[in-house]
Design a binder for this molecule. Structure first.
Ligand SMILES: *Cc1c(COP(=O)(O)O)cnc(C)c1O
Length: 393
């Protein structure tokens, strides 16, 4: 191997594992912020980190317009910080649209990417200036066309979500074999079908998902051109991963893979992306408390004041955090970790490695928890919503 090749390989290996340069929020910092005392679960959100993530995303994906997926964290202060950087937005409902209207977002740039929408929502969004609508079925295509005849439509197609910790395929996306029929239907009703979109799955750690999806896009665009439909938009969706417990490709590496895959695309086609988790996850630190422990046979149980209903829903599936317990280290053992409610689905994990000495009153720290936490929380059983503490607004 030449020296240059060895150096290239070194760079490649480093970029494959995100060095996570934004993580300025650490346990020491969080403890300092909570010095007044702990009352209830809290998400600490550092907006400087959100802004840094936006800059890093843009630098890694030159020429690609970023539309933040509001659902990841719809806190108005997060939206304002991103708008201040020039970020655009993606919505799933008109309630999310209203948040954007309240801070003066230009609605003509908004992507309404939920593939299934109530007719009344479509009508309202159009009346507020939204032009871009996603769909993934003939039924939704006809529905949108009837309500908004001049809507700009982009088709969500199904694509592999292998290696994504929170898959989104199955529920969404036109099956590839149905696509030609949908293109024909668009021509038949003179709908302005001019774009494509996909989602590789959230927390996607497999770069091949982007390669495959972009490759399929190329083929569909060719079919569109053959039928006289003019491609204008490729929306490569969300899925960009953050550092949790497994190694991830860095955003710079993903950016290079996407750039290579886009080689040969018509320069007229606008490329957009919809990062959600990537923009906010690292900016958040979730803190909650052990309210009790119990030994049941061989099992050690730990009950927290926040669970599935209190913001930690993602723990029940593929998402795992690098949890720390205050002032406790050393011998770690598997714990059953559960939320406070009287519902048996409220169990976060069954083999969470945590210090053997953990006990009632200990605080648990979840780093990188700015996305898909508070937004999932509700007041089931009367337990309060987590507080949100914003720093560097
Ligand atoms: C959830 C979602 C996103 C954001 O996904 P992340 O994995 O958080 O980046 C983007 N686009 C659509 C259509 C979504 O549903």
């Amino acid at each position: 191997m030449t020296i240059q090749a060895a150096l290239d390989q070194q760079v490649e290996l480093e970029s494959l594992f995100d060095s996570h340069q934004e993580l300025s929020l650490d346990v020491a910092h969080v403890t300092q912020l909570l010095r007044e005392g702990y009352e209830q679960p809290v998400l600490i959100l550092d907006l400087d980190i959100v802004r840094q993530k936006y800059d890093r995303f843009k630098a890694a994906m030159p020429g690609i317009s970023a539309h933040y997926a509001v659902k990841a964290n719809p806190d108005i202060r997060v939206l304002r910080a991103l708008k201040g950087k020039g970020c655009k937005f993606e919505i799933a409902s008109i309630q999310e649209l209203d948040l954007l209207l309240s801070i003066g977002v230009d609605t003509s740039t908004v992507h309404y990417s939920n593939p299934v929408k109530p007719g009344s929502f479509i009508k309202y969004a159009a009346s507020k200036g939204v032009r871009w609508f996603a769909f993934d079925s003939r039924e939704e295509l006809v529905k949108i066309k009837n309500i908004v005849p001049d809507a700009k439509l982009y088709l969500r197609f199904d694509t592999p979500n292998i290696g994504s910790d929170w898959p989104l395929s199955g529920k969404f996306g036109t099956k590839v074999r149905d696509i030609d029929g949908i293109l024909d239907a668009a021509i038949e009703i003179s709908a302005d079908l001019c774009g494509l979109t996909f989602h590789v799955g959230s927390q996607c750690r497999n770069i091949d998902n982007w390669n495959q999806a972009i490759d399929t896009s190329k083929k569909i665009f060719k079919s569109m051109l053959n039928r006289g439909l003019k491609p204008e938009l490729l929306n490569i969706g969300g899925g960009y991963p953050v550092r949790l417990t497994k190694p991830i490709p860095s955003i710079e590496y993903i950016g290079r893979v996407i750039k290579n895959a886009l080689e040969g695309f018509d320069a007229e086609i606008k490329i957009t992306a919809e990062p959600g988790r990537y923009m906010v996850s690292d900016a958040g630190f979730f803190v909650c408390q052990v309210i009790g422990t119990a030994t049941k046979g061989d099992e050690r149980w730990m009950y927290l004041d926040a669970g599935v209903f209190g913001g930690l829903m993602e723990c029940t599936q593929g998402i795992q955090y690098q949890i720390e317990v205050n002032n406790k280290s050393g011998n770690e053992v598997p714990w059953y970790v559960a939320g406070p409610s009287c519902d048996s689905v409220d169990v976060l994990g069954r083999e969470q490695m945590l210090p053997v000495t953990a006990s009632e009153g200990d605080l648990l720290y979840f780093p990188n928890a700015g996305a898909y936490t508070t937004v999932y929380a509700n007041e089931f059983n009367g337990f309060p919503l987590p507080n949100v503490l914003i720093i560097n607004e």
